[in-house]
Design a protein around this ligand. Structure first.
Ligand code: SF4
Ligand code: SF4
Length: 162
């Protein structure tokens, strides 16, 4: 009988302790930390590392990729496919570029090794889809995700000077 009474006493103590924590945190002076996703999109930190994407130059509207294949060779998951466009030997560019994001582990090695610094982390996290085929991002999709390549700081400075 004494054990039952002790259990009841412990239960009450636990409830009071829990309510105390609730009362401390339930205050109008404390900022709300709950994000109402998907109605409100979270603000991604500046250093957010998303999937690799291929932004395009804002003037030429094409990626600066020279199809060297360094990213494909470096990728530990071997999910990058790069094919060199051989139509103009003086203009190196890929005829095909794709990343199978279903096996990408977002390690960022491909971005680090790129000699043209043209692979950038996409600022997106909504990658859910209904098939594996949809997870293979071709060049157009990677360009779309990457958006426009930001101008180099020197170029911005020279433009702002009279
Ligand atoms: S982030 Fe890592 S795993 Fe993903 S494509 Fe680049 S190198 Fe491969
Ligand atoms: S490393 Fe850079 S330049 Fe070379 S193929 Fe990959 S994205 Fe293109």
């Amino acid at each position: 009988m004494s054990t039952i009474l002790k259990d009841i006493q412990n239960s009450f103590v636990s409830i009071i302790k829990g309510l105390r924590i609730t009362a401390i945190n339930w205050s109008f002076t404390r900022p709300c930390v709950t994000e109402l996703y998907p109605e409100q999109k979270p603000v991604l930190p500046e250093a957010y590392r998303g999937m690799p994407a291929l932004p395009v130059d804002f003037e030429t509207h094409r990626s600066e990729c020279i199809a060297c294949g360094a990213c494909a060779r470096m990728c530990p998951e071997q999910v990058i496919t790069v094919v060199l466009d051989k139509t103009d030997p003086k203009d190196r560019k890929p005829s095909e570029f794709s990343i199978d994001i279903s096996r990408c582990m977002f390690c960022g090695l491909c971005m680090e090794v790129c000699p043209k610094n043209c692979l950038k982390p996409a600022r997106t996290f909504e990658l859910a889809c209904y098939s594996r085929e949809q997870m293979v991002y071709n060049m157009n999709k990677l360009n779309e995700l990457g958006g426009e390549l930001p101008k180099e700081p020197e170029a911005q400075e020279s433009e702002s000077q009279p």
